[in-house]
Write a protein of this length. Sequence first.
Length: 318
Amino acid sequence: MTDSTERELDESRNERDDSGPDRATYSREEAMQIARHRALAPRAIYEVINLEGREEIKRPLSSLWWSGIAAGVGISSSILAEGILHTIFSNHPYQGPIENMGYTIGFILVILGRIQLFTENTITVVLPVLKDKSLSLFGCAARLWAVVFAANLVGTFFVALLTTHGGTVPPEYVEGMKAISHHFAEYSWVEALRYGAPAGFFIAAVVWMLPSSEGFEIFVIFLFTYLIAMGGFTHVVAGSNEAFILWLSGDITAAKCWFGLILPSFVGNVIGGTGLFALLAYGQVKAEIEQQTDAHKEEEKRDRENGARANMQGQPGE
């Protein structure tokens, strides 16, 4: 049971209107049941993500790098799963909705595995920066973004290389992965950017929802990443694996891979995850955070004044 819930229940229990016996009374067991079934307040969710972001910012670069590579490798399983389902259900009337279920696999692996995926960090490490408004913290967040994004791309490129030239995937499934990837490659750079904004927003929404989704994490991740796949939205890390597969297969040029697909998707994801969701999430709790900060300052001021008076009273008279 949270301290705030316990405090509110105590206040409710101690209220004495004219209501007499109708006043609220709770046993401790009932209070724990109420707390367990009570949704987390937005400020509580914010603080959970804020603390996680601060922990990530403090991690060594080497840890971020290897975690980022692992995330790139893991997210590539989304394209593999899509390619397998595309091949198996090639003649099925609902081939599209079925194969798009495979897209969720990599996100479930990466998010529940708590490894560094760039688009998660468009909200996780941004919330501490918005709260503190510190240039040094902004620099640390930018460093984390750069390291994690580069590491993610190394991971997806490595998997694409093994897929196309390493013989690690059966040829028929490689063809299925290429067929899936060609849908992404058909976008212009403007479309890749525009469709990246909703994807960034939805991934940030998943991060925001996870603290209050205990026991249903897989369903939440599946729901929103399936929406990304069905909507044809662009996720820069998963999409980079598709772009690398086509580039290494000779189906698209390096310019199309980088400047037509990956970088526009990157910009779109940042706009959706940071520009929209992170700012909106911070906006809804900003006033409460400032009120709490002001209250703490007032309390500290009173403590200092009381301490000063106590010291003066304790001094012997002349």
